[in-house]
Design a protein around this ligand. Structure first.
Ligand code: BDP
Length: 681
């Protein structure tokens, strides 16, 4: 098994009694009204059942007999929260997949297959569910030349040079995988966008992808370069208030919709990390977004404007910028504009508090941006299951409208009655045969989709579901792998950035440790800017005595995090500068606790290796070996992190490595050389 089939393996069910039961109960697929999406649904059911049951199940326009039919039914009167939900139920000896639209039936068909893939009895088929978020999207950071910004699983899936003429079969398998977890939109290109995507050269390529994705219910979006009117249109300006510029966007948008009638809209990174934007002309983000919103409105498209902005200010706090720039604009965006906010205030760190923008813009639909690709989580050598990270953010309470005002309720629109909702995940896919590099990273793509559909699902339930479909159903191995998945993120935090440390990774590459990094193109790209280690302690004071970023949160949140004595340890150094010898709630001093976590975190990787070894008999040998090999690499990297961090911070704490831990065998100078090697081009 090379991992290509992801969780849609459809291997013959091993348990013969169970397989016979399913096979006996299922006779035909009754196709319902014809449409390309319905055709995807029936084809998938047939493919899946053929594999799982080892029998070919005929697709028929009407039921034959009154037993064993899987009836696909579009019924606008179904009691479902929205058009994409589905209702699975038994009717006599038939099975019904009902929804208001063909899209709902498609999702229901995948759910029906999942029911069988995870070994649940057909007699208990009863599921009613609708997605809680409207736009469940992947953001690909893919470039015109086939490279991927922060991609760790090979080159881009999109073979731009062969498109539009040649359609790699992977495009359809990509669409199937997404549809199976409810993802319904995709931004095909990097937010650091080349204007070339809007040219007559690239538009047909994007159109070709859209044509493949459409029968799977997936809409295509594009990232745009804000300076396109100047770069492509030959206009002297891209000022959003200039009528010629507005006309250029209106015309370009019309051209796109002529090629892709169901085009979703634009994703925009502007005035961020050197990208052009409205501020280049003294305009604000809303001016820029509204110009594009106006161009998209006649076609029903949306503009998704990113809030990932920060200024290079050595005395400021990068944490605060997005809130400062965007909150005052609340209420000034057009109805078809959304603002997309990263889960945390800095940048996809292994752990961040939720961004204070969630809850702060009641009149502007805020989209969630998570990162599935493991930019700051060890690329594709590290086993890190991200559902707990996503859930930690979604379940955080903003207290904006009193207790229970969770980030999830902001994003799903229920808290502020947003009429547009979206959740985006920066994709971890690439041209590697198994799509995601690390086999276990497939679970992150899977978990993102499932949570975008229903954020109330637990990390554990998703882990089990994925494992059953992807690796094994043997109870002991299943339990072991579930535990491995659930603990993996905390382990990673412990050996890299425990107790609320953040942004101490290798410069630009964002891999490996470099806590000593003190000079970079910008102060807020260094590590010392964030950890502030000194003789008197470590951590970024974001309380009133420091940057006061905490004031961007509701008073209840400030109360939770504002006092170093009661601030939960995972967030401690995010908000406080703490003395090395301060006693923590664990009974250890800060220094001892820090060491404890670095050592235990590293040790936990050795334990992961041992636990993984026990599932060998139950997992496909190729998949087993892939994970085992990557875990061995992760162990080496964990030691690198541990040694780098304890030795470097020890220069400030001047305290010994506490017993029972042994001091690293290498010197800090030796470790620095390893990091320097990684930094070589
Ligand atoms: C940072 C990445 C950078 C992205 C940027 C973004 O390092 O490559 O372009 O985020 O989200 O995490 O725009």
């Amino acid at each position: 098994d090379d991992g290509y089939r992801l969780w849609l393996k459809y291997d013959l069910i091993k348990n013969e009694a169970q397989r016979k039961q399913y096979a006996g109960a299922i006779k035909t697929i009754v196709s319902g009204p014809a449409s390309p999406i319905m055709q995807s649904a029936t084809a998938e059911l047939q493919l899946g059942l053929q594999g799982l049951l080892g029998k070919s199940v005929a697709i028929q326009p009407t039921a034959s007999g009154s037993a064993g039919n899987i009836i696909l039914k579009i019924d606008p009167t179904e009691k479902l929260a929205n058009d994409e939900g589905y209702h699975l139920y038994k009717k006599g000896s038939d099975f019904v997949i009902a929804a208001k639209t063909d899209k709902g039936v498609l999702y229901g068909s995948f759910a029906f297959l999942r029911h069988i893939q995870t070994g649940q009895p057909l007699g208990e088929l009863a599921e009613t569910t609708s997605p809680k978020i409207q736009l469940r999207m992947l953001n690909h950071w893919d470039n015109t030349n086939g490279s991927i910004e922060r991609g760790y699983a090979g080159a881009s899936l999109w073979k731009w040079f062969e498109l539009p003429e040649n359609l790699d079969p992977r495009y359809m398998d990509y669409a199937r995988a997404n549809a199976s977890i409810g993802i319904n939109s995709t931004v095909v290109n990097n937010v650091n966008a080349s204007a070339r995507f809007l040219t007559p050269e690239y538009l047909p390529k994007v159109q070709a992808l859209a044509n493949v994705f459409r029968p799977y219910g997936i809409k295509v979006f594009m990232s745009i370069n804000f300076a396109a009117p100047r770069i492509l249109g030959g206009l002297g300006t891209s000022d959003p208030l200039d009528p010629k510029v507005r006309q250029w966007w209106a015309d370009k948008t019309k051209e796109i919709y002529a090629a892709i009638p169901d085009f979703g809209g634009f994703l925009v990174k502007a005035n961020s990390e050197g990208q052009p934007g409205p501020q280049d002309y003294g305009r604000n983000h809303a001016d820029g977004a509204n110009m594009l919103a106006e161009a998209l409105a006649p076609f029903g498209g949306v503009v998704i404007w990113r809030a990932f902005v920060y200024k290079a200010d050595p005395n400021g706090d990068r944490f605060k910028t997005a809130y400062e720039e965007f909150k005052p604009l609340d209420g000034t965006f057009k109805p078809n504009a959304m603002v997309q906010v990263k889960n945390g205030p800095i940048d996809f760190q292994p752990r961040e508090p939720f961004s204070p923008l969630f809850g702060a813009m009641p009149k502007t639909p805020l989209a969630m941006e998570f990162q599935i690709t493991q930019e700051y989580l060890g690329f594709s050598t590290n086993f890190v299951y991200l559902a707990p990270l996503f859930k930690e953010c979604l379940d955080s309470d903003t207290y904006i409208k009193g207790k229970g005002s969770t980030v999830a309720k902001v994003v799903d629109g229920t808290l502020h009655r947003y009429d547009k909702t979206a959740m985006a995940g920066v994709a971890n896919t690439g041209s590697d045969r198994n799509w995601t590099g690390h086999t276990m990273s497939q679970a992150n793509w899977y978990a993102f989709g499932r949570l975008a559909w229903d954020h109330t699902l637990s990390s554990e339930a998703i882990a089990q579901e994925w494992t059953k479909m992807t690796l094994t159903q043997e109870p002991k191995a299943l339990a072991t792998i579930t535990d491995l998945l659930l603990n993996s993120r905390e382990n990673y935090v412990n050996f890299t950035t425990p107790l609320g440390l953040h942004h101490i990774m290798g410069e630009s590459l964002h891999f490996g440790p470099q806590p000593w990094l003190a000079k970079s193109a910008r102060p807020d790209w260094t590590a010392v800017y964030y950890h502030r280690a000194a003789a008197d302690g470590i951590g970024f004071d974001r309380t009133k005595t420091g940057s006061n970023a905490l004031a961007q949160y509701a008073p209840e949140v400030q109360a939770q995090w504002g006092d170093p004595d009661t601030c939960p340890l995972p967030y401690l150094l995010w908000f406080h500068h703490v003395a090395w010898d301060k006693k923590l709630s664990t009974g250890r001093t800060l220094w001892d606790e820090l060491c404890h976590r670095y050592y235990e975190g590293t040790q936990s990787v050795a334990q992961m290796q041992k636990d993984w070894a026990t599932v060998k008999p139950e997992v496909d040998p190729e998949l087993f070996a892939d994970v085992a090999g990557r875990l061995a690499a992760q162990r080496r990297e964990a030691l690198w992190w541990r040694d780098a961090c304890v030795l470097y911070f020890q220069e400030f704490s001047k305290m010994p490595i506490p017993a029972p831990y042994q001091k690293p065998e290498r010197t800090l100078e030796e470790i620095k050389k390893i990091t320097a090697t990684y930094q070589l081009r």
